[in-house]
Design a protein around this ligand. Structure first.
Ligand code: 5GP
Length: 176
């Protein structure tokens, strides 16, 4: 079972996925990225941090199931990550998620959203400047146009309620 989480940047996807892992057993697909590692991130858990040359060579060797450029960096899911007979969770930006969901009916898409004012607050907390925030808000508007390709749309107003809502979905899917 392959579950794809997506939604605008800053909606709390990583926090949600981390919390879900306390109550539900799944394998988190670790992506490759050319973005520099943030201090809190762990190599091989959050991402495999690689150079652009290494990323290009993985593209040339056809190692990616999908990849996208997002902002100034590349992000990709290697085919290897999905070679498991498990519940697999992917955290993808909206373009990559939409492409996978429209190419394979068996993938389940969960779109996470939040109100614009909360999104602005979150991006502010991350220390981004006004121009960057405006760009991300425009992008969020564009990304919401792909919501229709997802099986579930969840507004993350209260984290606890969101987790519960998603756990219910996962338990249901597990029964199928
Ligand atoms: P961040 O730099 O904030 O960790 O991630 C930026 C965006 O890239 C997020 O929306 C995240 O979901 C997305 N992302 C992470 N890994 C992948 C991937 O392998 N493929 C795609 N298409 N998007 C990814």
């Amino acid at each position: 079972m392959i579950i794809i989480f997506s939604g605008p940047s800053g909606v709390g996807k990583s926090t949600i996925i981390n919390n879900l892992s306390n109550d539900f057993n799944f394998y988190f697909s670790t992506s490759h990225t050319t973005r520099p590692r943030r201090e809190s991130e762990i190599e091989g858990k959050d991402y495999y941090f690689i150079s652009e040359d290494e990323f290009n060579s993985m593209i040339n060797n056809d190692e990616f199931l999908e990849y996208e450029r997002y902002g100034s960096y590349y992000y990709g899911t290697s085919k290897k990550e999905l070679e498991r007979n498990d519940f697999i969770v992917l955290d993808l930006e909206v373009n990559g998620a939409t492409k996978l969901l429209t190419s394979n009916d068996s993938y389940i898409g969960i779109f996470i959203d939040i109100d614009d004012n909360v999104l602005i607050e979150r991006l502010n907390e991350r220390g981004h400047d006004d121009q960057f925030i405006q760009e991300r808000m425009n992008l969020a508007k564009e990304q919401r146009q792909s919501m229709g390709n997802f099986d579930y749309i969840i507004k993350n107003i209260d984290l606890k309620a969101t987790i519960k809502e998603i756990l219910d979905i996962l338990y249901d899917l597990e029964k199928k």
